[in-house]
Ligand binder design. Structure first.
Ligand code: ACM
Ligand code: ZN
Length: 699
């Protein structure tokens, strides 16, 4: 891309500092290995005291438990999967024994709470339920240090622990790209180890239907495979689905037996699988097979429309049939019914929807979606299930029973939902979207957008300021959407370590949290995960923030008034009128107060207040084409004494390189001029997306 001085801000990496940190870490881990291990648990327990001595867990260790019934069965199923096969111990066994004791804990009713006491002779875990015992075991394993693969040295300790929130979730989108059962099982192992207890399974969406259905087998027969693996390429191929036997077919699905196996595996690890049936938008897979469920006048196969027709009773019959089958498969009390990103305008043009809206005295399409959501909610409630929906379900008058999954940070949907009395699960894009870049995008595989490093995820506080009824916040969830993630390796890379931050946000009380301490524990966790075969992000070589964003740029424009000849966009307002001359460059992400967007042309004047000698003018723009963050097509910089008559200093046409997934480009002029006003025009006629500028620098 030709321009005068395009700057990539990744040159100032401080190698010396990285080396010192590494040497420090190695010394630290030599001197105090045992202690470091005892302090390495993720999520951090509420209380841990290390005492002296070690319990040696090996193939001679016995296990005694007073668990009974279904909880015993679940525990047995988990224990038999371990590399240690414990002999059955007696209740009065005095040494070399692990005791798992169920009974009422003295000062907590929490079903996931546990007390763990390790002495050289006995490991004793006590809990109110099998879930608490399971978490005590995970803490025990995290404490342990392997000797030769057969013996685990567990430092003597006393732990008293319980979670802050009951919902600690991970969402995986298997529609955009399919991930096999074996991978899901491995993920469940890792998630359980860090006390994640909900797996939100995004199974049906525009990328394909992923569970074989008894009543509607055509769904997987006709949409579980598609003509191209890459979604961009597939878009170019008109998003056509195909059958499995077509040459080059990409995709897959789970049989109902696969799903039962996944659920059983998860239950033995205290993870609840919550299926998502994303309706009434995101339903292209359904419409491919059943185009009659689309609104009148739309042809879903030709137009890529995603919305079900709510005016058609057949839609309700179809949805209820699917939900009945999902309820038969999934024991969870929750069914996620999606509800996000529906193009509601489609309903305002459909004769069937219009007729039914008028019969129901509904005048706007947000309420029309609500009519749908509330009917589905009632249907599920009549079967004893609760719905979860993305926060768009709040746009109308949704039933109080609906649980809101808050994702759009910009509409503070979490606090809105709480004020309206809904239970909420917090998963805002700002902290919890694991498909966003986790490091400098120049160095990372293509991601959706943004910049959400581990520290950002870790800093998340799920209870919005001013919340009076904190019990409405059920917890937190990290989401892995897979538009740009097609391999297991990449999915793991995006998940680890950020899901560990979600785990700690969900479990640990905020006053016990410290990012530096968490980061040290994360290094140990990443070693563990790598040894287990997971492909993780390399936190040790994290590049971090855009260097140029860390200190203000002193220049003649700083603090000057910006006169907007075109308005900035409301979705990227930055810090409003001061954004472009506050002296601060943006970081790797366009959200926040540093970057300002223009839904098309940016045309601004900087008023220098008096005639000023000027030698350079420049501005930088962020380019993330998949996110609709574009470069201008042309730049013009001009100068004026009176704000009316301008002399052009610089004119440039820009051709964006669409093979690049991220860039920050700087365009400017250098020379000599004396002027009061500088005009910076960055032009692009678009009806979708923005061009985003962080600063106009004048020297
Ligand atoms: C979402 O990210 N569309 C919930
Ligand atoms: Zn319709």
């Amino acid at each position: 891309m030709g321009n005068n001085f395009k700057i990539h801000h990744i040159v100032e990496k401080n190698v010396t500092n990285v080396a010192l940190v590494l040497i420090g870490y190695i010394l630290f881990s030599f001197g105090t290995a045992n202690q470091a291990k005892a302090q390495s648990i993720i999520p951090k327990p509420q209380r841990l005291i290390q005492t002296s001595g070690t319990f040696k867990l090996n193939s001679q260790t016995k296990l005694y438990t007073n668990l009974k019934g279904p909880e015993k069965k679940l525990m047995d199923s988990y224990l038999t999967s371990l590399p240690y096969q414990f002999a059955v111990g007696k209740a009065n066994e005095k040494s070399d024994v692990i005791r798992l004791l169920i009974g009422k804990l003295a000062d907590t009713e929490d079903r996931e709470a546990y007390c763990l006491k390790v002495t050289p002779e006995v490991v004793e875990i006590r809990a109110n339920t099998g879930a608490g015992l399971f978490y005590g075991i995970q803490t025990m394993f995290q404490l342990g240090e392997g000797v030769n693969g057969l013996t685990l040295n567990i430092p003597c300790s006393e732990v008293k622990d319980e979670p802050r929130f009951s919902y600690r979730g991970y969402e995986l989108d298997v529609s955009r790209h399919f991930f096999p059962k074996e991978f899901i099982l491995q993920m469940l192992d890792a998630l359980a180890y860090y006390k994640i207890n909900k797996f939100h399974f995004h199974l049906f969406d525009t990328g394909g239907w992923r569970i074989q259905m008894k009543k509607y087998p055509a769904l997987t027969e006709q949409t579980a495979y598609r003509t191209k693996e890459d979604l961009g390429d597939w878009w170019g191929d008109k998003n056509r689905f195909c059958t499995k036997d077509k040459e080059g077919a990409y995709g897959g699905f789970y049989t109902q037996d696969d799903i039962r196996e996944i659920i059983a595996y998860a239950s033995a690890r205290q993870i609840e699988i919550i299926p998502e049936f994303d309706v009434p938008g995101h339903s292209r897979d359904v419409l491919w097979v059943y185009p009659e469920l689309a609104c009148e006048g739309t042809d879903p196969r030709a137009t890529n429309s995603n919305e079900l027709c709510i005016g058609n009773e057949k839609t309700f019959r179809f949805c209820e049939d699917i939900l009945l089958e999902l309820m038969e498969l999934f024991p969870s009390n929750y069914i996620h019914i999606g509800g996000d990103e529906a193009n509601r305008e489609i309903w305002s043009k459909c004769p069937l929807c219009q007729k039914r809206m008028s019969e129901e005295h509904i005048i706007n399409v947000a309420d029309w979606q609500n009519y749908f959501t509330n009917r589905i909610e009632k249907f599920l409630a009549s079967h004893g299930k609760s719905i979860i929906g993305w926060d768009e379900i709040l746009d109308g008058n949704v039933s109080k029973n609906a649980i809101v999954m808050s994702w759009r940070e910009e509409v503070s949907s979490g606090s809105d939902a709480i004020k309206r009395g809904h239970q909420v699960i917090m998963s805002p894009t700002s902290h919890c979207y694991l498909d966003y870049y986790q490091d400098c995008p120049y160095l990372e595989p293509k991601a959706l957008l943004g910049y959400t490093p581990l520290k950002q995820t870790y800093s998340f506080e799920p209870i919005p300021a001013g919340t009076t009824d904190k019990s409405l916040v059920l917890g937190v969830q990290g989401n892995l959407w897979t538009e740009h993630i097609s391999t297991i390796e990449h999915a793991e890379y995006m998940t680890f370590p950020r899901i560990l931050a979600i785990a700690e946000v969900g479990w640990t009380q905020p006053e016990l949290k410290s990012f530096d301490d968490f980061k040290n524990r994360t290094f140990i966790a990443l070693e563990y995960l790598k040894n287990k075969g997971f492909h993780t992000f390399n936190l040790r070589s994290e590049f971090g923030s855009r260097q140029a964003s860390l200190t203000p740029v002193n220049n003649l424009a700083k603090g000057r008034t910006v006169i907007y000849l075109t308005p900035y966009s409301s979705s990227f307002s930055g810090s409003n009128e001061t954004t472009l001359t506050d002296g601060w460059l943006g970081n790797w992400n366009a959200n926040g107060d540093r970057w300002q967007g223009f839904g098309g042309n940016m045309d601004v004047l900087i008023d220098m207040e008096q005639l000023t000698d000027i030698n350079a003018v420049q501005a930088s723009f962020i380019f993330v084409p998949t996110a609709g963050e574009f470069l201008p097509d042309s730049i013009e910089i001009s100068a004026s004494d009176d704000g009316k008559n301008f002399k052009t200093l610089y004119k440039k046409k820009i051709i964006s390189d669409n093979t690049v997934h991220f860039d920050i480009c700087n365009y400017g002029w250098a020379g000599k001029v004396r002027a009061r006003y500088i005009r910076y025009q960055a032009l692009k006629p678009i009806n979708w997306g923005d061009i985003l500028c962080d600063e106009i620098i004048i020297k």
